[in-house]
Design a protein around this ligand. Structure first.
Ligand SMILES: *[C@@H]1O[C@H](CO)[C@@H](O)[C@H](O)[C@H]1NC(C)=O
Ligand SMILES: *[C@@H]1O[C@H](CO)[C@@H](O)[C@H](O)[C@H]1NC(C)=O
Ligand SMILES: *[C@@H]1O[C@H](CO)[C@@H](O)[C@H](O)[C@H]1NC(C)=O
Ligand SMILES: *[C@@H]1O[C@H](CO)[C@@H](O)[C@H](O)[C@H]1NC(C)=O
Ligand SMILES: *[C@@H]1O[C@H](CO)[C@@H](O)[C@H](O)[C@H]1NC(C)=O
Ligand SMILES: *[C@@H]1O[C@H](CO)[C@@H](O)[C@H](O)[C@H]1NC(C)=O
Ligand SMILES: *[C@@H]1O[C@H](CO)[C@@H](O)[C@H](O)[C@H]1NC(C)=O
Ligand SMILES: *[C@@H]1O[C@H](CO)[C@@H](O)[C@H](O)[C@H]1NC(C)=O
Ligand SMILES: *[C@@H]1O[C@H](CO)[C@@H](O)[C@H](O)[C@H]1NC(C)=O
Ligand SMILES: *[C@@H]1O[C@H](CO)[C@@H](O)[C@H](O)[C@H]1NC(C)=O
Ligand SMILES: *[C@@H]1O[C@H](CO)[C@@H](O)[C@H](O)[C@H]1NC(C)=O
Ligand SMILES: *[C@@H]1O[C@H](CO)[C@@H](O)[C@H](O)[C@H]1NC(C)=O
Length: 520
């Protein structure tokens, strides 16, 4: 290849007078040299031909500012223009008027540019430092142009900001635009458009840093953490997976006040994707909603929130057991937000720990207290005490301890139970048949005379606080306060057992016991 090219070049040389292409830039002052002159030049006259016609002589009648011949015969062209593109020949003649001899045969090419290189990336947003950003998933158009004569070679390259020096060439054109459909974070980088003049090989370039922003896919996560002081809570908000990192702030929804803005002084974490803030109970209220709002540079906003709730431990408020047995009382606390710390306590606010006497099991949300080998001294009130930063609330459980009957106690017990149920049914039927009187006249006394039963109406209400001596009725699970009837059997003279005082609690779900609804 190379040899044949050289041979071809030599052939061309031998055939023609020296014809050489020279490229010059527009606007410059250029010299075309008159070569291959004889050794003794002192007696020579010069002239230059352009495209075969004489355009410059050594002593012209009208001197031209554009074209002039130097002493050594070279042609000076000032402020080169595209119209100067032509074939130039230098000719010389001895002063005695011999024939003109050609020395140089120059093909002059004039190149211009590249100038005014401009690139546009749309649609994109300009940051203060001159960097552009686009949103992930958008269709982005890259456009580059420049001015160049006679033509140019435009090239887009991208230098990945993450991976150094990985270049991608997008094409060569005189005017180059290309799209990236559904742009991804991997497309972020330093985009450079290079324009090269195809004639002069002069190259200029322009670069633009492009970032691809995206908000996290999911909404922020709200959580909390208990801290050592029970009056404080750590609110945690995180919103990971976005670029750049978002800003976060905690609000009280009703008060419309900002609890904390991130990143902030009291945020324990350096990352702005995570905002932790210590909140004191004095600014929190039951039923209030707190909200963490995440703001992303792309303009996207998202939030998480939760409603603060006081603890509300529930469970059976009355428990009866036999002496010597083990009894487990339990309560459930699953409404508190943030979650409460729940313990079992005795009358004097003494926290009950697991000992040989008690087994405390904390199986959130169920809390159990097992009393081993119950004695009469264990009778009394136990408290299921729940506390969260909003405050404390407790469930009172009254434990009744009965003497274990000497022998056959169980059989007597069963007999007594059946008897009680029978009485219950009887009273039920009686009451039902006399329900008008009960409702209108509230004439309980009439019943008392006949049966010796005491009927007391107890209004079971969620918010009611019961004294130690009056046991609380089972909580109504379906949410409505119902009037329940509690029957105490007053021992009559023919019963020698002082333990006959037994209690039957009625429940809306059970059929046999007497139930008077409030709207009677
Ligand atoms: C060059 O030519 C001139 C006139 O033709 C002559 O006078 C001069 O001596 C020559 N110089 C040399 C070095 O040959
Ligand atoms: C002629 O003179 C010009 C300027 O003085 C110089 O740049 C050029 O190289 C000279 N040409 C030759 C062939 O000596
Ligand atoms: C000179 O000739 C070239 C072709 O060789 C042509 O392209 C150019 O336009 C001509 N220039 C002028 C000034 O006539
Ligand atoms: C190119 O740039 C020059 C100056 O640098 C300016 O005068 C000219 O108007 C520009 N041309 C275009 C098309 O922008
Ligand atoms: C410009 O600012 C953005 C965000 O503020 C940053 O990610 C980027 O690195 C900055 N670019 C330069 C060249 O400073
Ligand atoms: C690219 O730029 C050219 C010239 O500025 C313009 O005509 C063309 O519409 C642009 N294309 C896009 C996709 O922006
Ligand atoms: C265009 O420029 C690139 C580099 O910038 C080069 O690799 C390529 O050969 C050029 N193409 C032409 C036709 O000049
Ligand atoms: C852009 O041009 C500068 C000189 O003007 C050069 O140093 C740089 O390497 C060029 N960049 C690219 C990507 O071609
Ligand atoms: C941040 O914590 C300091 C003590 O650690 C406290 O003095 C300051 O009031 C707190 N600032 C806010 C805004 O809560
Ligand atoms: C009561 O619990 C203790 C300890 O778990 C156990 O040793 C004992 O057998 C239990 N007694 C009864 C009557 O279940
Ligand atoms: C139970 O343990 C806690 C510490 O874990 C202690 O403060 C408390 O006094 C203990 N309660 C009793 C009744 O010993
Ligand atoms: C239960 O307590 C009584 C009296 O305190 C004791 O006599 C008995 O041995 C205990 N029973 C068990 C199983 O611990």
């Amino acid at each position: 290849m190379i040899i044949s090219a050289v041979v071809l070049y030599l052939l061309l040389l031998s055939h023609q007078t020296v014809s050489e292409e020279q490229v010059r830039e527009k606007g410059e002052n250029t010299i075309l040299e008159c070569l291959d002159q004889p050794v003794n030049t002192s007696s020579l006259l010069y002239r230059w031909k352009k495209n075969g016609s004489v355009v410059a002589t050594q002593n012209p009648s009208k001197p031209s500012e554009h074209l002039s011949i130097l002493k050594n015969g070279s042609l000076l062209i000032s402020d080169l223009q595209y119209t100067d593109e032509a074939q130039y020949e230098c000719e010389s003649q001895t002063k005695d008027g011999s024939s003109w001899q050609t020395h140089s045969n120059i093909q002059l090419r004039v190149a211009g540019g590249p100038t005014n290189i401009s690139l546009t990336i749309q649609p994109a947003t300009l940051l203060q430092n001159g960097t552009l950003y686009v949103k992930k998933g958008s269709d982005v158009y890259f456009n580059c142009s420049s001015e160049s004569f006679p033509s140019q070679n435009l090239t887009w390259t991208v230098e990945d900001l993450a991976q150094d020096n990985s270049e991608r060439e997008f094409g060569k054109n005189s005017f180059l635009g290309f799209p990236i459909v559904n742009i991804q974070p991997g497309d972020q980088g330093m985009y450079t458009c290079t324009s090269q003049n195809t004639l002069s090989k002069t190259a200029v370039n322009k670069s633009q840093e492009l970032l691809v922003y995206y908000a996290p896919d999911r909404h922020p996560e709200c959580s909390w953490e208990m801290v050592s002081e029970p009056s404080d809570v750590l609110f945690i908000c995180s919103w990971y997976g976005g670029y750049p990192v978002p800003t976060l702030d905690w609000h009280e929804v009703l008060e419309e006040s900002v609890i904390a803005k991130g990143p902030m002084i009291n945020s324990t974490s350096q990352e702005t994707e995570l905002l932790k803030v210590h909140v004191n109970r004095f600014i929190l209220h039951d039923g209030e909603e707190v909200k963490c709002i995440g703001h992303h540079a792309t303009g996207e906003e998202n939030f998480c929130s939760f409603k603060l709730k006081m603890p509300y431990p529930v469970g059976d408020p009355m428990v009866t057991t036999l002496e010597g047995s083990n009894i487990t009382i339990s309560c459930t606390e699953d409404v508190s937000l943030p979650p409460a710390k729940t313990v079992w306590m005795q009358k004097d606010n003494k926290i009950i720990n697991t000992t040989s006497k008690y087994i405390v099991s904390d199986n959130n949300p169920k809390y159990k207290l097992t009393i081993i080998n119950v004695t009469k001294e264990d009778e009394g009130t136990y408290y299921c005490y729940s506390e969260n930063p909003l405050g404390p609330r407790e469930l009172e459980v009254y434990l009744t301890v009965k003497n274990s009957a000497a022998n056959g106690g169980a059989i007597v017990g069963v007999f007594v139970s059946i008897l009680i149920i029978m009485i219950g049914i009887t009273i039920g039927v009686t009451l039902y048949s006399k329900r008008d009187r009960i409702c209108i006249g509230l004439g309980f006394s009439q019943l008392d005379d006949d049966t010796g039963d005491v009927l007391s109406l107890v209004d079971s209400d969620e918010e009611e606080i019961f004294s130690d001596t009056v046991p609380r009725l089972p909580p109504v699970t379906n949410g409505h306060a119902t009037t329940l009837v509690e029957i105490h059997r007053i021992p009559s003279t023919d019963h020698d057992n002082d333990n006959a005082d037994s209690t039957v609690q009625t429940h809306p779900d059970q059929k046999e016991p007497v139930q008077q609804t409030a709207d009677c």
